[in-house]
Design a protein around this ligand. Sequence first.
Ligand code: NAP
Length: 249
Amino acid sequence: MGTIEGAVVVVTGAGRGIGRAIAEELGHEGARVVVNYSKSKEAAEDVVAWLQQNGSPEAVAIQADVSDAAQAAKLIEEIIKRFGRIDVLVNNAGINIDRTMKNLSPEDWDKVIQVDMNSYYYTVKAALPYFMQQKSGKIINISSTNGQRGSFGQTNYATAKAGILGFTKSAALELARFNVTVNAICPGYIATEMFNAIPEKTRESILAGIPLGRAGRPQEVARAVRYLIVDGDYYTGETLSMNGGIYMQ
Ligand code: NAP
C-alpha cells in the first residue's frame, strides 16, 4: 500500500482544471506537491497558497513548458534539488487544437503531439534515474477516451492520447523491475475550461450522449489518481477508463 503523506508528487499543468484537482486531492492528504505550470503563473500560485494552508506546507510552483525537453529536465532537477527525491509523477499537461484534417496544418499537428504526447516522455526520461535509484515510484499519465475510440476533428489530439497508452504499457514493462508502476487514466468529458471551450451546441449533444447524463468532475479524476497511489500497487501498464459510460471496452 502506498502512502501519500510526505510523498513528493509533481503534477504537470496543475494551475488549472484536472491538474489542479489532482494537486489539491494529494496535497490535502499531506503530499509535498510540485505544481508545474507553463503560462498560468497566478493560478499556480493560488493553488500553492491553498495547498500550504491545507495539508501541504512545502508545496511549490515551478514554471516549465514540459513540451520542451530541456525545460522538462530542468523541472525534475529542481524537484530533486529541493526535495532529494520524487515519488509520483502525474503527466497531465494538455492542449487541443481541434480541426478536421482538411483544415489542420502540420504546425497544429506538431504542437498537439509535442505537448500531449512527447512531453510525457520528456518528464519520464528525466525522472527515470531517480526512480531507478530509489527502486520505487508511480507514474500516472492522463490520456483520454478520445484516444481510445478516435474523435472527429481531433486527429492530432486522439493520436497523442492513443500514443500515451502505448508509451504507458512499454514504460511499465521497462520499469517493473525497479518497482516503478506506470498507468494511464482515460477520462471522458470532464467539466474544465477545455470542455467549456467546446461550442455550446456541440457540448449539449455530447452531454445528451453520456449514459450517466453529465460531464465528470475534475475531483473524480483526482480520486482515481489517489486510488492508484494508495491502493493500486499491483496495477501496471493499465488504463483506467472513466467516462460516464460513453465508451465501454
Ligand atoms: P485545461 O483546463 O485546459 O488545463 C490544461 C493544463 O495543461 C493547464 O494547467 C496548462 O497550464 C497545462 N499545460 C498546457 N500546455 C502545457 C505545457 N506546455 N507545459 C506545462 N503545462 C501545460 O485542461 P484539463 O481539462 O484540465 O485537461 C488536463 C488533462 O486532461 C489534459 O491532458 C487533457 O487532454 C486531459 N483530458 C481532459 C478532458 C476534459 O474533458 N477536460 C477529457 C479527457 C482528457 P498553463 O495554463 O500554465 O499553460
